[in-house]
Structure formats: C-alpha cells, structure tokens
Design a binder for this molecule. Structure first.
Ligand code: MN3
Length: 251
C-alpha cells in the first residue's frame, strides 16, 4: 500500500468513526419500533402525552415513502413535538387532563403564555398521529360506500378531490399541511394550514392530512413536492378516512 492510499484510508476511518454509534442505534430502533409498546418508544420526559408507536415497519410504505424518512420523521420530529408539548403543559392545572383534541379545539381557552407552544407542538403531535394512521400500502385504491358518495357529491369524483387536494398541497408556501376535513354536518372541505395548525382549531374534523414540510419528503424527493404528493395517493388508507368521516358526521 503506498503512502497516499494509506492516508486516504486513515482519513476515511476518521470520517466514519463518529457516525458508527448512530448507525447502530438507528438499526436497533428500526428493528424494535414496530412491535414496541408506546412506553418503549424513544425516551420522552414524563408528561401526559406519549409518542404513539408507528404501527408498521419503517419500510412498510416503500417504494412510495422511504424507510429513512419515516424513521426520522416519526422517531425524531414527532417525538420532539410530544416532548415539547409535555414541557409546555407541565405543572399547568388549567389544562390538566385535557386531551390533545380539547387543547386544539379550545385553543383560545389555553393560557396565553403557553398557547403558541400548544398550537405548534400540540398541533404537531396531533397532525402526525393522524398522518401515520392514514397510511397503508395496498389499501383500497379509492373510497367506497357512503363516504365515496359524499366525496363525489362535493368534488365530482375521486379525481376531482385529488386535483383540489394536490393544488392545496402545492400552494402551501413554506411549511404546512393539506387537508380533507369535515364540518359537524359531515360536509367535506379541502384546505391547507400553515405550520402545525390543526383544522380542529377551525371547528373542523381532520379526515386526511398531508405533511408538506420539507422534512417529510426532502431525503427522497428533494424539491419535487408534486412527486411526493403523487406518492401519497398510493398509500392512503381510505377505510380509515371513511371511519373518521362517519365519526365526524355523528358529532
Ligand atoms: Mn412532519
């Protein structure tokens, strides 16, 4: 081995050493997370809110959504919202025992000094919890039953809904979400919200949301948000969306 080659190997070794423990941790997390109970999820400070388990493997939605993004998005981003929400409400009797839905629906009644934190981190917790449970590879390609009728009545067709939803996702400037939501009569609406704002705060029931923060798609799609939105339509679990609509309509 010549000297130049040897120096190159030393440099490579030095560069990869600090990464090694992280890789081991990431692989261990990937193997453990799908079967883990919420209590075994990534360490969280004590508090009323916990990071829900993803419920499926990080690679379950491949090739549409990549495993690395799913892992970082769930284990790091969502976990941070939960941790920061717990910090915001710690020791606050005014909101003790409130569910995440109550906090977002009655945001105006949350003490002013923690309202922005609850809006951002509580919204982040609830939005992501909805997001993971809206996704399934190989689910129904389109809605069926009474929900399909409601969708067709409002948007003309599934394609009509998709084009309106995609336009909402494309139009989000900066970070935010595109939504299909229902009012208390069950009437459907496509909207977008900035940051982590929840449709609950507008008196709407969120049925299906798409995270269009760059952290949700940049590793795989870089700046190609439209491709990410198209991939999303391949992994929507329409049965779950229909169940949410039925629950919203009942009140
Ligand atoms: Mn996100």
């Amino acid at each position: 081995m010549d000297r130049r080659h040897a120096m190159k190997l030393i440099a490579l070794g030095a560069a990869t050493l600090p990464l090694a423990p992280q890789r081991v941790f990431a692989l261990a997390g990937a193997a453990a997370a799908p079967a883990a109970a919420p209590a075994a999820a990534p360490p969280a400070p004590s508090g009323p809110f916990t990071l829900p388990a993803l419920g499926y493997a990080f690679d379950a939605l491949e090739p549409h959504f990549d495993a690395q993004t799913m892992q970082i998005h769930h284990d790091k981003h969502h976990a941070a919202y939960v941790n920061n929400l717990n910090k915001a409400v710690a020791g606050r009797a005014e909101v003790a025992g409130w569910t995440i839905e109550q906090l977002l629906r009655d945001l105006g009644k949350v003490p002013e000094d923690i309202r922005t934190a609850v809006r951002n981190h509580g919204g982040g917790h609830h939005n992501h919890s909805l997001f993971w449970t809206s996704l399934k590879k190989g689910g129904p390609a389109a809605p069926t039953g009474t929900f399909a009728e409601a969708l067709a009545k409002t948007f003309g067709s599934v394609e009509g809904f998709q084009s309106k939803f995609d336009a909402a996702a494309a139009a989000v400037f900066g970070s935010g979400w595109a939504w299909l939501a229902a009012d208390s009569t069950g009437a459907l609406k496509v909207l977008s919200t900035p940051n982590q704002d929840s449709p609950l705060t507008q008196g709407l029931a969120p049925l299906l949301g798409l995270d269009v923060w760059e952290h949700a798609y940049y590793l795989k799609f870089q700046n190609r948000r439209a491709e990410y939105v198209t991939a999303f339509h391949s992994v929507v679990d329409w049965d779950v969306v229909a169940e949410r609509h039925a629950a919203a309509t009942k009140g």
